[in-house]
Design a protein around this ligand. Sequence first.
Ligand code: HEC
Ligand code: HEC
Ligand code: HEC
Ligand code: HEC
Length: 483
Amino acid sequence: MGFLSRKKLILFLSMAMSLVIIAGCASSEAQESEDKTTGLSPDEILNTAFKDEFPLHYESYLKNMTPEDENTSKFVKEIEPNLPILFHNYGFMLEYNLTRGHTYAVEDVMNIARINDKSIGSCMTCKSTAVPLLLEEMGDDYWGASFKEEIVPRTLAYGEGHEVDELGEHGHLSIGCSDCHDPVTMELRITRPSFTNAMERQGIDVTEASKNDMRSYVCAQCHVEYYFEPEHGKVTFPWDNGLKPEDMFEYKENQAIEQGFDYDWIHSISGAPMLKAQHPEFEQWSYGPHGEAGVSCSDCHMPYERTDGSKKITSHHWTSPMDNVEQTCRTCHSDKSESELVERVDNIQDRHLEAMHETQEHSVRAHYYVNRMITAGAPEERIEEAQWYIRKGQWFWDIIAAENSDGFHNPQGGMDAMRTSSDASNEAIRIAIEELTKLEIDFNELEEEMDKIVQTVYDEEDPDLKHTHATNDYFPNVLELED
Ligand code: HEC
Ligand code: HEC
Ligand code: HEC
Ligand code: HEC
């Protein structure tokens, strides 16, 4: 059953009927693949190797190459201008970009400023088709191996001798066919053990998954929240208590800490032990309106497309469904016009981003208030109490901000988490005000200094330099203070 609720299933049945009809007349290739095998090796991982047998899919896949699609920083005013403050002392303060197409994943992970000499093999896990082979060869040593010294050279070695073509230098090994398909039968398959194991711990056997569930499960190998468990650095999904932000937070506060995973980094403005969230598209979707109704990732992100002549294939250009509302949304919502649907999505996303800016502002203030507690000499246990609320407050917006649909996959879930976030951040501020009042701190000065420093970060045009303005003499880096 996966994530389908029975109540919603009934509602969904009438829509599913029309889908069956679409699927039924759509693709002769899909049906052929049931009884036909390819001439490929079961270990084939090069995307280019699939070109001859599946020219239409390959051509569709090539559309993920959009050279005009330069990397875009999330730090710009319109997106999340406070991130260099909020991620201070962590790699994410250096560079944090919007997503790009699957074909760029290997290139992007090799070039991003966050990757350093300490980065480990796990960082390749959601980028390259080479990962299952690396795991086969290296076993659990894969996860913690040096990313730069060992994993990159080993990955690129698999591609040695191939011709550089339209896919560029690394696209042939970037997220591709063998990640989701068995190269011999072309059946959908799961290749990342982190997903299989997380589902198993919830009593779900993914080898028994329905075809419809597989249309989301293939994406859930990567589009999820994860952390590196401390023993091997293994990519692990914190799902044992459930998939909602509060369930995953509870896991981080309990199971993860029991394993020895206390935090991702120490914040240098507030000194708080912080958690970083990653892109939980699957989790947010799973309890949103579409996930509950069994509408799969592929229904919206891989619509049928007509290629030359009359042939229809499943699109392999993973992008915004809003570029193709007719073939995505309107296959089910035919009662609404394209412009109505676009407006619905715009409304959801605008409200979401507005709430996100407000929520992040509470977090920013909490960091600086606790900074002042530290420099003013507030009692240690009160500082620690406030730091815990900062950690909680930041987790609850970050898990939503890191989700890439700007609220669409689960509008209510996003709002709920942001409310929890603001409550926690404001609790940190309340504790700080209580202690700073006892210490007779000048609150006008504190507020003025805070406005000034936030404005300076905001006004800096160069995204790479923004973080350098987030501390100053008034709000020093607390990790560099003398005792
Ligand atoms: C991220 C996962 C993913 C990747 C990567 C991927 N596919 Fe698919 N593919 C799918 C899904 C999902 C379907 C729809 C399957 C279904 O509904 O039965 C599909 C369907 C197909 C089909 C069946 C015919 C059809 O159009 O529905 C073929 C053939 C195919 N893909 C070839 C490829 C080739 C070739 C590549 C690499 C260039 C590739 N796929 C990469 C997920 C993927
Ligand atoms: C092996 C890991 C992996 C799998 C499987 C995977 N993705 Fe992705 N996806 C990524 C990564 C990594 C990125 C970001 C790449 C970058 O920015 O360089 C991404 C980016 C995207 C984007 C944004 C593209 C853009 O132009 O900004 C969409 C949409 C997307 N994926 C949808 C899907 C869907 C739907 C599925 C399942 C059918 C899926 N992905 C399966 C790892 C994966
Ligand atoms: C009901 C349709 C629908 C379903 C189902 C759905 N999505 Fe989306 N997704 C969207 C829309 C709409 C957006 C926002 C696109 C935009 O802002 O232009 C989006 C955005 C995204 C993005 C960011 C794209 C970008 O350009 O940066 C990713 C990644 C993504 N979805 C992955 C997934 C995954 C993985 C699943 C399944 C777990 C899923 N989606 C299920 C409709 C859907
Ligand atoms: C495969 C069918 C399918 C596709 C494709 C689909 N939807 Fe839906 N949509 C549904 C179902 C089913 C529901 C849930 C109905 C319910 O629970 O009342 C729903 C609900 C919604 C809702 C109401 C959510 C709420 O708050 O209750 C909106 C808005 C929506 N869809 C927009 C979209 C947009 C925009 C797209 C394209 C990006 C899209 N849908 C694609 C089937 C689909």
